[in-house]
Design a protein around this ligand. Structure first.
Ligand code: ZN
Length: 417
């Protein structure tokens, strides 16, 4: 145990240093932005490939630009694999750990397994997904959707701001977009997908817990509500002769907050209000509010959204406003594999103490891969809850603990096989 701990401490120091090095592979000077199939992504691939090869892995890039390192432990069946990883792309002006940490930790896990040279029943593959954040093509999860076989051919024609399509970007990156079918996992070939990821929120830190086990990725509804009145002069229109949509939008935003506070696990946000014409001495003509609602149970989320839209309609009628709803995005909650969740929780318990089980409010590659393979996620505490920001951080001691947990979990999984 003492040896395992000192090994994971040494490997955690490497992980931190590698995240620093990858943080310098950027499309933009002075800040970290690394998008799908960019020059910076090529630099990142070169570095990650070097670390994978040094850890005894053979490395390939699939047709979707996913970087995959394959390690064959003694006596392993190469047709079956445990996948560990996350994504290598970032948001604009990103931190160094979102996504990247999971890939680099995957390599460290292989280094630990290789050091012990124990036999395992399957291959271990470390995957760096090419795209998760949806920055360049405004569509997320390109890498993991290719693995899941849910990337439809029509998507390849989507263009970035410079008119380059996904297909052209892949071609330029040295990948064959016509071979996309070959990316998808053969049913049953993935024994487990494990995604270590920073929490990106404040919960674990608030509980003084280093690690959390994700039970589900929350479902989400995104829509906008528009209320239209008549507008007018702020000085000449008497209050009883107005139909001003802004106070209605305000009342609704308060109701959204109250609904979420009174429903366990529900988060609901009015993140954007657009006011037309947005001028101090004009009564607004039209106000548009965004709504983002998330919950681990679809029925709870759908009921909350229905109630809020009914209220929006009642408010509109009461104020003689026209109302329009535009639904933008909706996805169901994704449960993590119960057996892997239990196993991961046991491994955390044996390394540090009973873990926090939690729902991920953010989307992850794990949510996509879970549709085709048993999947689990290990969250590492985010200092300050900060993410998608240069100040994003992770503690080296938490990384060491996370590595210990993952190695323990892989051995436990192997003993069940
Ligand atoms: Zn991420």
């Amino acid at each position: 145990m003492v040896n395992e701990r000192s090994l994971s401490q040494r490997l955690a120091a490497d992980v931190m240093q590698r995240c620093d090095v990858l943080g310098r592979c950027s499309d933009e000077p002075g800040r970290l932005t690394r998008t799908f199939c960019s020059v910076a992504m090529r630099d990142a691939h070169r570095l990650v490939t070097g670390w994978m090869e040094a850890a005894g892995m053979s490395v390939r890039i699939d047709a979707a630009g996913n970087l995959i390192g394959n390690y064959l432990p003694p006596e392993s069946n190469p047709q079956r694999r445990v996948l560990i990883g996350s994504h290598l792309d970032t948001v604009a002006d990103a931190g160094r750990y979102d996504g990247i940490l999971g890939v680099v930790m995957g390599i460290a896990v292989v280094e630990a397994l290789r050091e012990s040279n124990q036999s395992l029943p399957w291959a271990i593959e470390v995957i760096g997904f090419s795209e998760e954040e949806g920055v360049r093509f405004r569509t997320p999860f390109i890498g993991s959707r290719a693995l899941a076989g849910t990337l439809d051919a029509g998507m390849l024609t989507l263009c970035d701001d410079t008119g380059v399509s996904i297909s052209q970007a892949l071609d330029h990156f040295g990948c064959d977009p016509h071979a996309m079918d070959a990316c998808s996992a053969t049913p049953g070939s993935i024994v487990a997908y494990l995604e270590p990821h920073i929490e990106q929120g404040p919960l674990l830190e608030s509980l003084d817990e280093p690690l959390g086990v994700v039970t589900a990725i929350a479902g989400q509804t995104r829509l906008t509500v528009e209320w239209a009145g008549e507008g007018g002069h702020a000085g000449t229109a008497p209050m009883n002769l107005r139909n001003d949509p802004l106070p209605i939008a305000g009342r609704w935003a308060v109701a959204v907050e109250e609904a979420a506070r009174s429903t366990p696990g529900l988060v609901a946000t009015v993140g954007r209000l657009s006011v037309d014409p947005n001028v101090p001495n004009c009564i607004p003509r039209c106000v548009t509010a965004s709504l983002d609602v998330r919950h681990q149970e679809d029925a709870v989320r759908i009921a909350a959204v229905d109630k809020l839209l009914t209220l929006a309609d009642e408010l509109a009628r009461g104020a003689n406003l026209a109302m329009r709803i535009e639904r933008q995005h909706e996805h169901s909650a994704v449960a993590m594999d119960p057996r892997l969740v239990e196993g991961l929780a046991k491994s955390v318990a044996s390394c540090t103490g009973d873990p926090q089980r939690m729902v991920s409010g953010a989307g992850h590659d794990a949510g996509v891969v879970a549709t085709v393979a048993p999947t689990a996620m290990l969250f590492l505490r985010s200092p300050g809850g900060v993410s998608h920001h240069p100040a994003e951080a992770v503690q080296e001691s938490d990384v060491a603990l996370g590595l210990q947990v993952l190695v323990h979990f892989i051995h436990a999984l192997a003993s069940e096989a």
